[in-house]
Design a protein around this ligand. Structure first.
Ligand code: NAD
Length: 964
């Protein structure tokens, strides 16, 4: 293997080769950095002004979506108006919304685009091939375009590739070379559904590869985001098994910025050797660096790429050497524009005496023409990566490349714009000593399980089996240690399969509720006196216990309420977060705090628990919400009575067990499985219950508020009701919205957990110009998701909670047919409580479908003429829980921030999945009492404040204030 010592021996030749390449490559500038001409000047300014650079790219990003001249002008001004632009773009800016502006801007962007991608026409292909032949170089083509969200789009992607194949076969004397993205071959390329994703991608690839074999083509599978890497590699190996024919060259791209890249290189070499199969490996540094780092930070996952660029560069050289060591089975393509990496590769190949045709260098079209000329004239085989696509639709590609190559650490920027000295450019990469990652302090959410790791998926499958094997027992009614005669029975069933009984829960009646309240009253004094550190410790221990049982708890949710794996895991993670977050918050509220520093007077405030708390929870976040409300009450010093929803009692019993095991005394945390209308109501009205924490429907919530406000005989305190209710949440899709994003995020916001989230989108208000396209893409995308039992991870969507819910939702769907137009209806199995998802168009704000919470997989799409009207429509609701906006116009985003008054507003992202602490969650207006769970103010609702003021003056003597 090529270790550092081998590399050392190469330094002399690397320097020599580098100097020669550099001399030739610097004779001209690549057009991107060519400061002559208008575009060059703008690009040069963008390089020196980070904000302008970002504004410019943001503006270009919106272009394909913009229709009228006025829209183009508006965006141009919004992004670039603050800059003094000279030349044509400056003049263009002064044109205002003149129709000429749109044309001029589009033409200008197309001109830039044409340098980096070509249109899929024979003449353009011929031109580029001729141009490359002069270098000399060959090409590999890549059909770029919009994101693939639907099967129709995947089909079109395949068709584009097939057409490209035929075009190349006709136009070129060389065997065609194409790069494909596996994620674009199916609408659902999901590592959790490994075999299904692989099967779907292969089904499409089949034709394509049959033709590849005939044409002796060279097909390289592109590497994508980290999460997809395992799946891409598995699918690639499957392709090789299914198309063992010699003659065509299969290839895979591998990314040196991934610390585990060597493992994958070895796996490919091993495969090639055992199957006696030649495989191409395109070695790249990696194009998703920023996204990988940002996503890992957001998810609190380990960052899957090197943070130090020098580590990537160093690994790149190691991998190059490794690939060069196997010329009989590996055909390396060294892809990049880095003078040092290329010089190293050339030196390493020469040192090994590799034949000219044993490897090649690859570069991107238009990125570094002078360098590519220099490489070709060294006698190295060169292949140019040519993206093919509509110039405007391919803009995502263009932006990514422009961002990458104008970033501060871009080697092209350093070579051409900054003119770094040659010794710097050719210096061997020296990574800085490994730094332990400096994580931000403060609250950290529990990372979700990364199911792209097959080990995690296997552990979850195992947990499902284990949970199922232990189901079926009867949970005896027990009030504070005494087994009681039950008031009834509740049979818990799996909503995905009507006949599967999960267990039986003995139900409490009002007499049990009375006893539980009496126990709690008796326990209050002592629990209040327990030191805050102890209560905090108990919560943290409960969090640890929950974490240790994470998969089991989530598996139980899958069976009891029909959540899919990811959603169930997220619910458990949120529960752990609540325990830890409120523990941390309570630490900060502990003790007496001075309110003012007057001499001779002491003023102190303290927080104290309020009394017995009834915790009345819904079933849809069965662990998180119950845990959140209960842990806030407990850590604050209140005894709790857990009254879970009837549909989620098994998971609630698990929580009860965990809290007791963590050290909460039994009388301080009692489990009271009972019906809402009887036991729940009784608790609310009980004179000794001082605090009610409720989450559920508006109907029940308002009734609770009213009843709790009625003072009954024997009552000693005004009841506090913490009340989180439903929503009728709207997403506005603006005329300039990125539809790839808007469709995908709306799909998950509206149909995730079958729409049974209080935060779910149930209205979309789309601007006229995007309405039809949005509606049809959304329906097509949704149609790619089969419905089925969520314990099988191929199903993202499953049943609704009960037969009663199913019937209620079906009635709304019938109503929708008379109020609007049924735009889409899915298909579902018959075996459980399934509702086929429905999308309605033609719904007006006054329709019941637009006003009432349905709590199921039903989405109404309304149409608005302007953004202002869309905002009015969104706000025309009695609910105000969540809302969303997809827009790229800064003034619309600002307007939404100011006026879209809901508890949680989400901009350009999905509207579900709030994280404890980062996104405190809860509604305002008629959706809740307005203090969000998981936020800085929530805990105080479970506490009184008391203030003590003491005159410390004694006959004119002022004692020193405490602490001085
Ligand atoms: P629900 O209102 O039917 O029941 C919630 C809880 O209240 C259950 O434990 C139930 O037994 C109890 N209950 C019912 N009638 C009662 C009464 N008369 N007195 C006292 N308790 C009574 O709601 P659900 O079907 O379990 O949950 C779905 C609803 O919850 C939706 O409306 C959803 O929007 C809402 N929700 C809101 C949030 C939020 O944070 N705002 C979160 C989750 C769910």
């Amino acid at each position: 293997m090529g270790g550092p010592s081998v590399l050392h021996g190469l330094e002399g030749s690397i320097a020599e080769i580098g100097r020669s390449l550099h001399e030739r490559a610097l004779r001209a500038n690549p057009s991107l950095f060519d400061a002559r001409g208008l575009r060059g000047r703008l690009a040069a300014r963008a390089l020196s002004d980070e904000r302008l650079r970002s504004a410019l790219f943001h503006f270009i990003d919106t272009l394909p979506q913009l229709g009228s001249a006025a829209e183009v002008a508006g965006h141009f001004r919004a992004y670039l108006g603050a800059y003094e632009l000279g030349g044509l773009w400056g003049r263009v800016l002064r044109l205002g919304s003149h129709p000429a502006l749109a044309g001029a801007v589009r033409a200008s962007v197309k001109r830039v685009a044409r340098e980096f991608l070509i249109e899929p026409q024979p003449s353009a292909i011929r031109r580029v091939l001729r141009r490359l032949a002069r270098l000399p170089a060959t090409a590999t083509f890549d059909a770029v375009g919009e994101a693939v969200l639907t099967d129709q789009e995947a089909e079109r992607y395949l068709q584009r590739n097939l057409e490209l194949f035929e075009l190349l076969a006709r136009e070129s004397s060389e065997p065609p070379a194409i790069s494909v993205k596996l994620s674009a071959l199916t609408a659902r390329f999901d590592p959790l559904d490994r075999s299904g994703s692989c099967r779907r991608a292969l089904a499409r690839l089949n034709w394509f590869l049959t033709r590849a074999v005939e044409l002796k083509a060279n097909v390289t599978v592109d590497m994508e985001q980290h999460e997809l890497k395992g799946l891409i590699l598995d699918t690639f190996f499957e392709v090789l098994e299914q198309f063992p024919h010699a003659g065509w060259l299969p290839g895979i791209a591998l990314q040196a910025y991934a610390p585990d890249a060597l493992v994958h290189v070895e796996r490919v070499i091993e495969f090639a050797r055992t199957r006696r199969r030649r495989i191409g490996v395109r070695l790249v540094k990696g194009a998703y660096w920023d996204t990988e780092v940002a996503l890992a930070e957001q998810r609190n996952w380990p960052v899957p790429v090197f943070l130090d660029k020098a580590q990537t560069d160093q690994q790149y050289e190691l991998l190059t050497a490794r690939l060069f060591d196997h010329p009989d089975v590996i055909y390396p393509a060294i892809a990049g524009h880095n003078l040092r990496s290329l010089s190293h590769a050339i030196a390493a190949a020469r040192m090994r005496g590799l034949r000219r045709d044993a490897w090649e260098v690859q570069m991107l079209l238009g990125m570094a023409d002078p360098l590519s000329k220099a490489v070709a004239s060294e006698g190295i085989q060169l292949r140019v990566y040519v993206p093919v696509g509509d110039l405007l639709a391919g803009i995502a590609y263009l932006i990514r490349r422009l961002m990458e190559n104008t970033a501060n650490n871009s080697i092209l920027r350093q070579t051409y714009a900054e003119r770094r000295p040659l010794t710097d450019l050719l210096a061997a990469p020296h990574p800085a000593p490994m730094q332990t990652e400096a994580r931000a302090t403060g609250f950290r959410n529990l990372p979700l399980i990364d199911f792209s790791d097959p080990k995690s998926a296997a552990a979850f499958r195992h947990a499902l089996d284990a949970v199922r094997s232990r189901l079926g027992s009867t949970l005896r009614l027990n009030v504070d240690g005494t087994t009681e005669r039950a008031a009834g029975h509740h049979v818990c069933t799996n909503p995905a399969s009507r006949d599967e009984t999960l267990g039986v829960v003995e139900m409490a009646g009002v007499a049990h509720a009375d006893r539980a309240v009496a126990n709690a009253v008796g326990a209050f004094e002592s629990w209040r006196e327990v030191a805050v550190e102890r209560r905090v410790e108990v919560c943290r221990r409960a969090a640890d216990l929950m974490l240790a049982r994470r998969e089991r708890l989530a598996a139980l949710e899958v069976l009891e309420v029909g959540k899919n794996w990811r959603e169930a895991d997220a619910d458990v993670a949120e529960a752990v977060d609540y325990l830890r977050f409120y523990a941390q918050q309570m630490e900060a509220l502990d003790g007496w705090r001075p309110t003012a520093g007057f001499p001779g007077e002491r003023n102190d405030l303290t927080y104290e628990p309020r009394g017995v708390a009834a915790i009345i929870a819904p079933w849809n976040f069965p662990l998180a919400i119950l845990t959140g409300m209960a842990s806030a009450a407990l850590v604050a010093g209140n005894p709790v009575i857990l009254k879970p929803a009837e549909q989620a009692m098994l998971i609630a019993a698990e929580l009860h067990g965990i809290l007791l095991e963590a050290g909460v005394p039994p009388a301080v945390c009692q489990f009271l499985p009972g019906e809402g209308e009887t036991v729940g109501r009784h608790l609310v009205e009980h004179p000794d219950v001082g605090l009610i924490a409720f989450t559920g429907s508006r109907e029940v919530g308002l009734a609770i508020l009213e009843r709790a406000g009625r003072v009954v005989s024997g009552q000693r305190q005004v009841k506090r009701v913490v009340c989180e209710m439903g929503g009728k949440n709207a997403i506005i899709v603006d005329a300039d919205a990125d539809l790839d994003e808007a469709v995908l995020h709306t799909l998950h916001s509206a149909f995730g957990f079958q729409g049974q989230k209080c935060s779910a989108a149930s209205r979309v208000i789309a601007l006229e110009s995007v309405h039809d396209r949005f509606a049809s893409r959304l329906a097509d995308a949704l149609d790619c998701y089969p419905y089925g039992p969520p314990e099988d991870p191929q199903y993202v969507f499953g049943p609704v909670i009960s037969e009663q819910a199913r019937e209620r939702i079906e009635r709304y769907i019938e109503l929708g047919k008379s109020e609007g137009k049924l735009h889409y209806r899915g298909r579902v199995p018959q075996s459980g409580h399934y509702v086929a998802p429905a999308i309605f168009t033609g719904i007006l704000p006054r329709h019941r479908l637009a006003r009432e919470e349905i709590f199921g997989p039903v989405l109404s799409i309304l149409c608005a003429e302007s953004f202002a009207q869309a905002l009015d429509m969104a706000l025309d609701s009695e609910f105000a829980l969540t809302g969303g906006v997809f827009s790229r116009l800064p003034e619309h985003i600002d307007l939404a921030r100011r006026r879209f008054r809901v508890g949680n507003l989400y901009i350009n992202r999905r509207i579900t999945g709030a994280l404890v602490s980062a996104q405190p969650f809860g509604g305002i207006a008629m959706s809740g009492t307005g203090v969000q769970a998981g936020g800085p103010d929530y805990l105080k609702q479970f506490l009184w404040t008391r203030v003590v003021s003491e005159n410390t003056l004694r006959h004119g003597f002022v004692p020193p204030s405490p602490g001085t």
